[in-house]
Design a protein around this ligand. Structure first.
Ligand SMILES: Nc1nc2c(c(=O)[nH]1)N[C@H]1C(S)=C(S)[C@@H](COP(=O)(O)OP(=O)(O)OC[C@H]3O[C@@H](n4cnc5c(=O)[nH]c(N)nc54)[C@H](O)[C@@H]3O)O[C@H]1N2
Ligand SMILES: Nc1nc2c(c(=O)[nH]1)N[C@H]1C(S)=C(S)[C@@H](COP(=O)(O)OP(=O)(O)OC[C@H]3O[C@@H](n4cnc5c(=O)[nH]c(N)nc54)[C@H](O)[C@@H]3O)O[C@H]1N2
Ligand code: SF4
Ligand SMILES: [Mo]
Length: 776
């Protein structure tokens, strides 16, 4: 049998001495502030720590490089969370990776190190190359590096043999320039981290509401009567969202959490920015907590919608006005009749089996919905990374539309984005499938005909490299090899390339899993000052609620040899397209001198950015128009669209559980900062798997047993993640939770969400096998 086993021993950290304490019943407060300062000081000096922390999320300062949660209208002096402080000081670290470091360590040796170790080595300082057949990276001059890229790209049989991956930390200016270059070169191969993240949200919202983004602002969250937080762990991943939910509660609103784990931040929150929050008991956030079976959310919302339709029938039959918003449906929506017919299909038996909830819990949710004049649904990876993530989100749109909870104050859809500029990168055209009108505008602005055939997304990109159809991989930010599913397949795919290029701030696995030739192009991070020929530059980002604002680095750059992302992209473009007579005449070097020129092009191409250079002078920037809130739906029918969604949930064969791969409190995506997951009571270990004690017993194991996690998939390949310790945890029955990226080896490449093609990182069928005792 073919076996995939990520047994790279270096991935098991030496500090693996698990200690388990009871999960926390609250998030933040004094320990959070202390932890942030401790991590910052462990990375860098008190002066650099103070500089970064004072500038974070302040007008004129550095946008937090963490998540995409928006800044409130009146920024507090300490407008950051524990994790934001960790993210920025992980970048501001004083540690450096030098040419001597690369001379000391072979690539093979580095490949044996853990993700944590690689990151701890510090900031990259100069461009490096691995030449064909070499065992080590060696220094390379910038000009030679760009020539090499240009030669390699121009030597391809077709531009489609290259792909350019973008991670959501990239700023707007660099993203826009990159996609201009890539399309002028001749391909739409622009996969991004969104493909693995909120793609299901974009697919579902684009189809139903005509916009791939959320429709609410912070004020709406404060005003809402009811906020549902579904498949999201804000205490760790969007900590300042808890301040917003605290405000909702203070104003009399209710919060209901739907999750497979009882997450601490959703239970109770101590606001570190309020004196009473730091020491007091904190605010109880969730009024109700629905501990749902993994992948049961579609069934939950289908059942809720059926109960709303029945409540409407009952009200009408009794001569009442009904409970649906008939005005909204008649004025703005289409497809209601077909939806209503299909919505009644679900039975209680199915709903209870799929959700693992009680009938009383679901009925109580419906009562709360009926009592609320305005409802918001927030969600993240707990919904998007499932096979039926798109229909689940479509069903949430149905749910909101039924009572007119779209496009009015205190109501709407709120997909909570991950990376600080992941939404902006999409707005700037980083997508393998940008629509024609957008491409028309781009082509007109720069005088070329952009390619029209769709490019590859992340999953298709791995297939293309695996099958030899793509030969050059360029990663701008991020850590593709660890972010993607099916680690062994993805690693082999990258090793199959003739050239791999990484534009990065810090060392990671994508620098050790490489093609025949490999380049590391080190770049400025958010916190670094960016001075070019025309003076100091700033760049811009867009948050989860479509607010666009500037971010300016404050620290001296990590090394004198670094180039900004804009500079790297403009030089890559010049080296590739400069020598070609068929290329459009674009003055690439000009953009490096003055980023304002890029913003002028953005203003001409991207809707909502008119007068960009003027409007960005506002200290808080500006918010992009959201047509949904003016009753405009840019869907195929011009109306908000009800959809019929076939009921699906993940059925588990006997002896199996549904594994989700998620984030600990001490990591930024593929990069662990430390071995703790404080709110969940996990200390000094990452190779753990959290399972309900009744499931552990039923499977014949005991708390603390060491097991291999084995995933099953129809291709018959055995995927195995060795040596995880079982931790008895109050998780929902039938579920298992372990950290990413260690468990990515278990997610089959072909196991993707319907329509969005997102890897099903939250829905992998697994069984446990007692781990072999390692040889002494
Ligand atoms: N500190 C920190 N912050 C981050 C990140 C980070 O790595 N570290 N990453 C950023 C990025 S890129 C992103 S996309 C976001 C991710 O933010 P989240 O989506 O909050 O991140 P995950 O850790 O993947 O957590 C998924 C949540 O969904 C729940 N869940 C899993 N399966 C189901 C299900 O079937 N149904 C329901 N209802 N719930 C389920 C899990 O228990 C967990 O609470 O965070 C961003 N912020
Ligand atoms: N199993 C599983 N897999 C998942 C997920 C999951 O929940 N489970 N989540 C998915 C999600 S939501 C996402 S968004 C992806 C994340 O995937 P990525 O965005 O690709 O990964 P990151 O870990 O954020 O990338 C970290 C690296 O980015 C580089 N970097 C940091 N800042 C900068 C910068 O300013 N400029 C440049 N050029 N480089 C920088 C550093 O070198 C660092 O090592 O992973 C996905 N994969
Ligand atoms: S909530 Fe997100 S954006 Fe805000 S400080 Fe924390 S990590 Fe940064
Ligand atoms: Mo993400």
């Amino acid at each position: 049998m073919k076996r995939h086993k990520n047994g790279r021993e270096g991935l098991v950290d030496p500090v693996d001495h698990l200690e388990v304490t009871p999960p926390k019943q609250y998030a933040a407060g004094i320990p959070a502030v202390r932890k942030a300062i401790e991590y910052s000081l462990s990375q860098t000096s008190p002066r650099r720590t103070a500089l970064t922390l004072l500038a974070i999320n302040q007008p004129g300062g550095i946008d937090c490089p963490g998540c995409a949660w928006p800044d409130p209208a009146h920024a507090h002096k300490n407008e950051y969370c524990e994790n934001g402080a960790k993210h920025i000081n992980d970048e501001a670290t004083s540690a450096r990776v030098t040419r001597e470091f690369f001379a000391r360590h072979s690539i093979e040796e580095l490949d044996g190190k853990s993700d944590w170790w690689l990151n701890q080595q510090g900031r990259l300082t100069e461009p490096m190359v691995k030449r064909p057949g070499a065992t080590h990276y060696e220094p390379i001059a910038w000009a030679e590096a760009f020539d090499l890229i240009g030669r390699e790209l121009n030597g391809l049989a077709s531009p489609d043999e290259s792909m350019f991956y973008v991670s959501g930390r990239l700023n707007n200016e660099a993203a826009f320039l990159l996609q201009t270059f890539v399309r002028a070169f001749g391909t739409n191969n622009l996969p991004d981290c969104s493909n693995m993240c909120h793609e299901s949200s974009g697919s579902a919202l684009g189809e139903t509401l005509g916009i791939g983004k959320g429709s609410v602002q912070l004020d709406d969250i404060y005003q809402a009567d009811l906020v549902l937080v579904v498949g999201q762990n804000p205490g760790t991943n969007h900590p300042r969202m808890l301040s917003a939910l605290e405000e909702t509660k203070d104003r009399g609103g209710r919060v209901v959490a739907v999750n497979t784990l009882p997450e601490a931040g959703l239970i109770r929150f101590k606001n570190p920015q309020k004196p009473r929050g730091v020491i007091g008991k904190g605010t109880a956030i969730a009024d109700d907590f629905l501990l749902i079976r993994p992948g049961g959310d579609l069934a939950l919302f289908k059942m809720v919608n059926k109960l709303l339709l029945e409540a409407d029938d009952a009200s009408l039959a009794a001569g009442g006005p009904g409970v649906l918003d008939r005005d909204y449906i008649a004025t703005y929506a289409t497809g209601f009749e077909e939806f209503a017919e299909q919505a009644r299909d679900i039975t209680w038996e199915q709903a209870l089996e799929a959700t693992g909830l009680t009938r009383a819990a679901i009925e109580s949710l419906v009562e709360q919905v009926l009592a609320a004049k305005s409802v918001i649904v927030c969600w993240a990876m707990g919904l998007t990374q499932h096979k039926h993530g798109v229909p689940t989100i479509r069903e949430i749109v149905n749910f909101l539309m039924l009572r007119g909870n779209i496009g009015k104050p205190g109501a709407g859809v709120c997909p909570v984005r991950g990376h600080s500029n992941v939404q902006g990168d999409r707005t700037m055209g980083i997508w393998e499938r940008m629509p024609d009108p957008w491409l028309d505008a781009l082509g007109k602005e720069f005088g070329f005909e952009p390619p029209r055939h769709h490019g590859v997304d992340s999953v298709e990109g791995v297939r293309a490299m695996r099958d030899g159809k793509a030969k050059v991989f360029v990663g701008v930010a991020g850590n593709f090899v660890r972010a993607m599913s099916d680690s062994d397949v993805t690693e082999a795919a990258l090793r199959n390339c003739s050239l791999t290029v990484q534009v990065s701030t810090k060392l990671n696995r994508s620098h050790t899993v490489v093609g025949e030739t490999a380049l590391i192009l080190p770049t400025l991070g958010r916190s670094d000052r960016d001075v070019q020929e025309t003076g100091e530059q700033f760049v811009t980002v867009e948050d989860s609620m479509s607010a666009v604002h500037a971010t300016r680095g404050k620290l001296p750059p990590a090394s004198e040899h670094l180039l900004s992302e804009v500079a790297i992209i403009s030089r890559m473009a010049a080296a590739t397209l400069g020598p070609r007579e068929d290329a459009p005449a674009i003055d690439w070097p000009a953009y490096e001198r003055d980023y304002g020129l890029i913003r002028d092009h953005i203003a001409a191409v991207v809707p909502g950015f008119e007068e960009f250079n003027e409007r960005i002078k506002e200290p808080k920037g500006f918010t992009l128009p959201n047509p949904v809130n003016s009753g405009v739906y840019r869907t195929a029918t011009g109306r908000a669209t009800f959809t019929g969604n076939h009921l699906e949930w993940l059925e588990t064969p006997p002896g199996h559980l549904i594994l989700q791969s998620l984030r600990s409190h001490d990591q930024w995506n593929t990069i662990p900062y430390a071995m703790d997951d404080r709110y969940r009571g996990i200390h000094n270990a990452r190779r753990i798997v959290m399972v309900n004690p009744d499931d552990i017993a039923e499977l014949g194991f005991a708390d603390g047993d060491v097991v291999d996690i084995v995933s099953i998939w129809k291709d018959g390949v055995e995927r195995r993640a060795p040596r995880f310790t079982l931790v008895a945890y109050p998780a929902s029955r039938g579920s298992a939770a372990a950290y990413y990226p260690e468990t990515n080896v278990l997610v089959p490449l072909d196991s993707v969400a319907e329509i969005s093609n997102t890897p099903t990182s939250k829905g992998v069928l697994v069984r446990f096998e007692r781990a072999a005792v390692p040889e002494a």
